[in-house]
Design a protein. Sequence first.
Lengths: 256, 170
Amino acid sequence: MLMQASSGLERLMAGNRDGVLKDSTVAQISAYLYYNANVIAKLTKNKQFQSVFSETIFNQIQKDFGEYIDAKARTSPRSLHHVYEWKKVGNKGARLFELSLMSQDGLSFRIGTSFKPSRSLVPLSGGTKRRHVFINKASVMEAGMPLKISPKNATRLVFESDGETVFMPKGASVVVKRPGGPGVKNQYFLAHSRFFTGQLVNQSIKNSGFQRIFNAGMAKALSLPSGIKKVQYKFSPNLVRSQADAALATAFGGVL
Amino acid sequence: MTANFKLDAMLELRKFLWNELKTRNIFDEDDYWSDNLNENIIPIVPVQQTAEMNQFLSGKKHIVYDKIGMSYEDNWMICCEQILFTIYSTDFSEINEIRNFMTDQFRRMDESARDVNYWSGLSDKFKFFSIFVADISPTAPSEELQGFFSAEVILEIKYSRILDGQGRFL
């Protein structure tokens, strides 16, 4: 879009040396704008740059978001225990959630979140002998989905409730209305939306340091080449474009 | 000379906060007298100690805090930390009072840091550069403590330990 718009300047850069008045102003201002437009457009369209841009910011957001949820979970374990392995609430290594970098359009990108399968054994409670893994622990508890537990290998379910051992009839199942307790439903998504709609995500972008790197590189690339600074009546669009390429390569080094 | 590695900026900030909350009569320290310990307990507790404090703090307003994360800037002398404070009270208006005080006290960046630096109770091993409120949550019924309301305030602090000529903690 920017390249398309700036192409209109090419005509003005050609200058008019045949008239009575010889004025370099229009051609020179056009060349200046044309150069800046090229630098910005080439940079934002560059796939490698887009990738560095999104990954730098995403990595910081991922770190900060993880630490935010960890701290929240330590403070409010009843609300967020389900997004960690059993008995490891707030532990970075036991997280059952993750962020992922999704679609990218120019310098805009989307971040998604998903739950990982649990791999640890459900802690034994009184009366229980068989160990098992509740694979979809995080997603089921987050959604507040009722759970139906049926005997699979044994003929009946035996478990402890309020200190008493309960023997279920043969083949009968049990429904757990609120797995994970009443306080977990939607709590991860609430915390997620708090992070991404408040100031925390902005702070994270700032902390990524990308702004500083980007600004320094941009200032360098946008610094006008001496050829455009010099008074001329005509400027070659090809030359200005190649100067923009060269300036970007110098300013952003290996990124481009 | 060995530095005191037990000193922590978060603990210094907690001391400052408690002093301000007492001075402004937002908390009455006599409400937190412990007969067992024969002293007042500061009701701003680290999350790691909440289990043992639950009974003592039952029904009383209190604050639980935890460090979200810390990192050093390119200038390795400056440390950046985020601290999460969760305010609990059975009274909605008390939470708002504490939250509003914290906002007023800590949102002014350099000015907020200056207040802490000028406080006589601060360890002379720290210098704060900026403090600001990174996030505030609305007050809502707590999922953790039955009958309590809660709200969260996240502060971001930038500070440095006072260093010797080799850049080590004094």
